[in-house]
Ligand binder design. Structure first.
Ligand SMILES: O=C(O)CCC(=O)C(=O)O
Ligand SMILES: [Mn+2]
Length: 166
């Protein structure tokens, strides 16, 4: 599946400017969605690509399971153990007050970290290939999450995060 998704998705290497310097973000990304579901993320505006049959099928299965519609999906490809996503909340205004974000993982298992913004309570979840993590309610308001680099070597992991843009 990870190979199939790697080929199916139009990956891009995005960069962000940090302290006046342009740096590649440490993963590949792609943004899929219905028309009009554009998304601004770390000052980067992503126009949605059209769903492929494979992505549409996965979206429908996740929607069915969650009993929730999704109109967009951010795909992340962690090429190896050096790729990561740093601490953040998915709290952009276009996601709404209590977003439901359904995160499907394929490929190498990586550790997903959550940290409570006030109590600093932390949770680590190993996300296996084929697993679905659903974040909802006040999760984005109260918690941050990250996928740190790994000290041990890892092969590719692809993560699809289904969202709803208002
Ligand atoms: O790769 C993951 O499991 C998390 C990705 C993520 O947090 C995001 O795309 O906002
Ligand atoms: Mn996130």
């Amino acid at each position: 599946m990870v190979k199939q998704l790697f080929q199916d998705i139009a990956w891009r290497q995005d960069n962000i400017s940090m302290f006046g310097k342009t740096v590649d973000i440490p993963r590949l990304q792609a943004w899929y969605g219905d028309k009009n579901a554009s998304y601004t993320y770390s000052k980067l505006t992503l126009l949605p690509l059209d769903w492929t049959p494979l992505l549409l099928r996965l979206k429908q299965q996740v929607s069915e399971f969650c009993q929730q519609d999704f109109n967009a999906m951010l795909a992340n490809c962690y090429r190896d153990h050096r790729d990561s996503v740093s601490w953040h909340s998915d709290d952009e205004p276009e996601l709404g007050e209590q977003p439901v974000i359904a995160s499907l993982s394929f490929g190498c298992q990586r550790m997903f970290h959550l940290k409570h913004k006030d109590s600093r309570e932390s949770v680590k979840l190993p996300l296996q290939s084929g697993s679905l993590l659903v974040m909802s309610g006040d999760t984005q308001k109260n918690w941050q999450h990250a996928l740190p680099k790994s000290r041990v070597e890892k092969t590719m992991r692809i993560n699809l995060t289904f969202r709803n843009i208002e």
